[in-house]
Design a protein. Structure first.
Length: 324
């Protein structure tokens, strides 16, 4: 059971939640919600099942241990993003609870578990189902990039299935590494400002449009997960929203065969990195024997080393594979 404080006592400048979003009091949270078992776990957080005492509705409560967070700004940016995105395939943020030790983000729950576990269970996805998941990821990413947001950690572990009965109805989660602008300073904007107004602000805060036009609009933090990370992130000279398209290409590959395109010694990631930097992958038999040439062509378009020639989300959505 969580050790929720009755009142929030930390100093204002130490708060994790944005200044323009008032957290729910811990006592009110305990009165309105019942906290259940752990359904997920990260480096500095756990996800618990939470039930509304009034309606019986189930939620996912992401419980962040504040002492284990290395950069408060990352948490604030994650909250800002979740507050301003409204998409059927992204979990909505309903409440924030902040105590001396913990931060709880109350979000939509996905009862089907991680896409990663479903792939392991199935071995691989049939092409029709893989097409559905890939298209949804591209649509979500197109939406994010239009709002100047880069996810930066798209992988099967961060893709959840809405129900146990569906293999393809997904939501994208975990915006802890997402990027809004160049640098990791706090984005504390008045709530009255709309997203459109924020995106019209040219004060060096936005980044990651589909077409990168200046170094100001690029990120420089090395992040992501080894098997899904784009080559430009490894190079370390700056990158834009195209890193998400590379990651989707890797996810699509995994969906269709059950393993990653870039493999190597588990104790030596340099082999994996070398293969990523040169896009050294293949479609081995027998796993790929019955996969269509169009699917393979789309993967090649997404797993292109040069981000300037890599397919954008809009271009990928127009690929013939989705109309076949």
């Amino acid at each position: 059971m969580l050790s929720l404080s009755s009142h929030y006592a930390a100093k204002e400048e130490e708060r994790f939640s944005p200044h323009d979003m008032k957290p729910m009091e811990a006592a009110d949270f305990q009165a309105n919600y019942e906290i259940g078992e752990i359904i997920g776990q990260g480096d500095s957080s756990v996800v618990r099942r939470v039930r509304s005492r009034m309606s019986g509705r189930m939620f996912a409560g992401k419980v962040i241990n504040k002492s284990q967070v290395s950069q408060v700004s990352h948490v604030r940016d994650e909250i800002y993003i979740l507050r301003n995105i409204h998409h059927t395939n992204i979990a909505s943020l309903h409440e924030i609870v902040e105590t001396d030790n913990e931060l709880i983000l109350l979000m939509d729950i996905a009862l089907g578990g991680e896409l990663f576990d479903r792939i392991v269970q199935k071995g691989r996805y049939e092409e029709l189902s893989a097409r559905s998941v890939t298209k949804t990821l591209l649509l979500v990413t197109h939406h994010l990039h239009g709002m100047m947001i880069i996810h930066r950690d798209i992988k099967p572990e961060n893709i959840l299935l809405k129900s146990l009965g569906s293999d393809t109805d997904i939501i994208l989660t975990d915006f802890g590494l997402s990027k809004l602008r160049n640098g990791a300073t706090n984005l504390l904007r008045p709530r009255s400002e709309s997203m459109k107004e924020l995106l019209n602000d040219q004060s060096e805060f936005c980044l990651g449009a589909e077409n990168i036009v200046s170094r100001r609009a690029r990120a420089y933090t090395s992040c992501g997960t080894d098997f899904y990370i784009a080559p430009e992130v490894l190079i370390g000279e700056g990158y834009g929203s195209q890193v998400d398209l590379w990651s989707i290409g890797v996810v699509m590959y995994v969906l269709l065969c059950g393993f990653t395109p870039f493999v190597g010694d588990q104790n030596d990631t340099s082999i994996v990195y070398t293969r990523i930097l040169t896009a050294a992958f293949s479609f081995p038999s027998p796993q790929w024997d019955n996969v269509s040439p169009l699917a393979k062509d789309l993967i090649h378009g997404l797993l292109t080393v040069d981000p300037e020639t890599r397919l954008t989300s809009e271009q990928a959505l127009g690929h013939p594979w989705f109309n076949n």
